[in-house]
Design a protein around this ligand. Structure first.
Ligand code: TMP
Length: 276
């Protein structure tokens, strides 16, 4: 399935990625004027996507730590959430007691939370040159509400565009555990209460997993699929490889196994994303 203005959006992501490379250039040398001229926004916007239990938070937290070590201002955000309003909307949309929620209401709650975090947090951060790492963004809506719930792709794409007001990620990492939903679902739900989306059923989540792989085909410039490996350090290395055009200092790190080995200590998954 192709979602609306595929080519336009992928072109925008490619242009943004080029701008991001410019931003890195402007930061690392004092003659950055030429680079800066090409920057619509100075920051770098990266989103992480995937089905349930794919291990996104581990890789967001590790990447954030490394970026901070390199001197970047980094924001770790999650969707829905990341603002006071967004966290309240998150509670409403995920509450397992709200079984009567219509698919249309569900869509609009996710989009309302998104509109808020974009206006309140993401755009200002990008304008001041920060790196924004967001755990889920508009691709989740295409995967869950279009492929999962069966809502109209063209309409959802329009609402996505309205909510993000031009804030399109330069790169999206899809962490994939394959098409089958069971393994990820078990991992996602083993620690406690199952939320409303997690309890949507295995078929639903298989469609969601397939959707992310389809989306990666639709937006090859922006979206990169990384297989979630048993060894987290291998996955982390693949995540960094998928970002090397955005940060010039990444390439030399890719052969350094010791550098990535620290991810296997397991502590990265336990930190929480910033909630506001
Ligand atoms: P998570 O952040 O803990 O994964 O929980 C968010 C849940 O909401 C997850 O099941 C995916 C789902 N979701 C949607 O259905 N649509 C969306 O647009 C977003 C951002 C998330």
């Amino acid at each position: 399935m192709t979602f609306g203005t595929t080519q336009d959006q992928d072109n925008a992501a490619a242009a943004n990625a080029a701008n991001a490379a410019g931003a890195a250039c402007a930061e690392t040398n004092t003659t950055g004027a030429a680079c800066a001229e090409t920057n619509a926004s100075r920051g770098i916007f990266i989103t992480f996507e995937g089905g349930e239990g794919a291990g996104k938070s581990t890789h967001i937290n590790f990447l954030a730590e490394v970026l901070e070590e390199h001197g970047y201002e980094v924001l770790r955000l999650r969707e829905p959430g990341g603002t006071v309003i967004g966290e309240k909307l998150r509670e409403i949309v995920l509450d397992a007691a709200h079984q009567e929620m219509s698919h249309e209401a569900e869509l609009l709650i996710y989009e309302a939370a998104r509109a808020q975090i974009v206006a309140e947090v993401i755009k200002p951060a990008l304008e001041r040159g920060a790196v924004v790492l967001c755990d889920r963004f508009f691709d989740s809506t295409l995967a869950y509400q279009v492929y999962g719930r069966g809502l109209d792709a063209t309409f959802v794409k329009q609402v996505n565009d309205f909510a993000v007001q031009g804030a399109i990620p330069q790169r999206t990492i899809v962490l994939s555990c394959g098409r089958a939903a069971r393994c990820g679902l078990e991992r996602a739900t083993k620690h406690g209460v199952t939320d409303r989306l997690e309890s949507a059923g295995e078929d639903f989540h298989t469609r969601v997993n397939e959707a992310f792989l389809e989306l990666a085909k639709d937006y090859p410039e922006r979206i990169r699929v990384v297989e979630s490996q048993d060894l987290k350090s291998q996955t982390a290395c693949a995540v960094f490889a998928a970002l090397k055009d955005l940060f010039t200092w990444i390439s030399p790190l890719l052969d350094d196994k010791d550098f990535f080995a620290r991810v296997d200590t397991g502590r990265y998954g336990n930190k929480h994303c910033d909630e506001g």
